[in-house]
Design a protein. Sequence first.
Length: 561
Amino acid sequence: MLCRHRYGLLFSLVLLSGLVAAGADTKPSGSVSGADQLYRAGKFAEAEAGYRALLRDDPKQASAQVGLIRALLREQKIDEALDAANAGLSAQPDSAALLAAKGDVQFRLGEMIEAENSYLSSKKLHSNEARAYLGLARLYGMYSLYRQSYDQLQLAHGFAPDDIEVQRAWLGMLPRRERLAALEVYLQGSHPDDEEENQRMREGLDFLKATIDKPAHSCKLVSKVEQTETKLIPVWVDLHTNRFRGISLEVKLNDREARLQLDTGAGGITVGRRLAEKAGLVAIASEHYGGVGDKGLQSGYSAVADHIRIGNLEFRDCVVLVSDKRSIEDEDGLIGADVFGAYVVDIDLPGMRLKLSPLPKLPEDTVTQTALNSEGEEQANVDQKEESATGQLPDQQKTSAPTAKARQRLPRDRYVAPEMANWTKVFRLGHMILIPTLVNDSSALLFGLDTGAFENVLSLRAARQAAGGAYAVDSVRIRGLSGQVNEVYGANATLRFGHLRQPNMGVVTLDLSRLSRQLGTELSGLLGFSMLRVLEIKIDYRDGLVDFEYDPKRIPSHAGR
């Protein structure tokens, strides 16, 4: 799994911070302002203490209750935040602000249906509760309901344009030049970001400054190919035992041939410094990335490849991430499956083939996308017919004259084609595909689809809640993009996802709390290569759909080794 810290994922990674919602029941009194200031300074423990002191004097002070919940979220005290939300609502069940705050906690826990219900209840109680609309915008984006997400964000911005979290989400919707100016203003202001967030935002600003006067690096397809397939190459664990831990593709980066590991848990294209130098990639701006491991974020930079060839597909002017390390996990680099998001991506592991075919035509479609998603950023459906000159909602346009020169393309919701009716609807956070997965008898938890993870992985939290706990193991060594994992555990669990069931005795169990914090929702595990290698995996990134095909007659000979 690879997490890129480019702010193209800004809207997907909105963190649950900020304090002032638009509802009438959240106006801060003077006594709350001190705790608010501590929060905005990033002093979350001190802010928590301040809010608790206020609530001891007045348990029904809604603004202090909301502040306490958000401070606890920022401290990663998720269960305490839920307790605080429930306690507040038991005293004030009709507080729209508290319901929206509870929705934020539920979103962080990965309880998406419950979060949606809380946000909708909040809206029903108070129609201008901006945080409810913001929560729904984030949630519907994960559902691939991009137009509904856009509409909710429009409303949140209309009700509370000065709310810090609304501002942050709104940045991702602006055209590049407007985004640059707004991001500069944002970074000059006071906000409760930690250093990781500040770094991500500064790097996004540096990228925009370096590219603003140049055409967008659109990574356009120059070969006229509607569908194709190419072979998958084993990434060997040990040639002597005939075992392999992943799959790779032959790629030509500029004029340099390379093998990049195909990783559904990664986004875009990431290469080591050695390959980048040989291929003559032109650096743009610094960038950081991370994944499994205990060493935190790793350094690198974004760069431009003049052309990329994969099979008989050729693309021009593509942005890739270059690691400061000479190689990536002993490979030339990684290529995320989302790179091919303009196609239906068919990873046929038993047949060792990657097949790309056209996405189902939307009912109103006239133009086929032909861009390679080399940066690994989320691509929403865009309606080329229904455009807005004002940035307003359609019903607002009827009474407002257009004032903007540039026309804005509006996003579109997922489309489930008849032939995909039985595919699994998944959640998307940037490049990450999150599969609803049952662990033993649990409710649905979110697991990342990750061909780059050799084994299935369960989080410590999920092991405690659904697998009867975890036990220490000494013989397993796990290393990821962020280095060695110091503490590895095991647990016994049966996983159910899609139409499949997989018993796991001794499933690898790790602390995934850092990755959950970066995603903004609970990552309960990873579906890894050792299980996925017997499946044919079909992915429709545009519409957030995945299909798993298991044929026992096609189990490859290497699968049992």
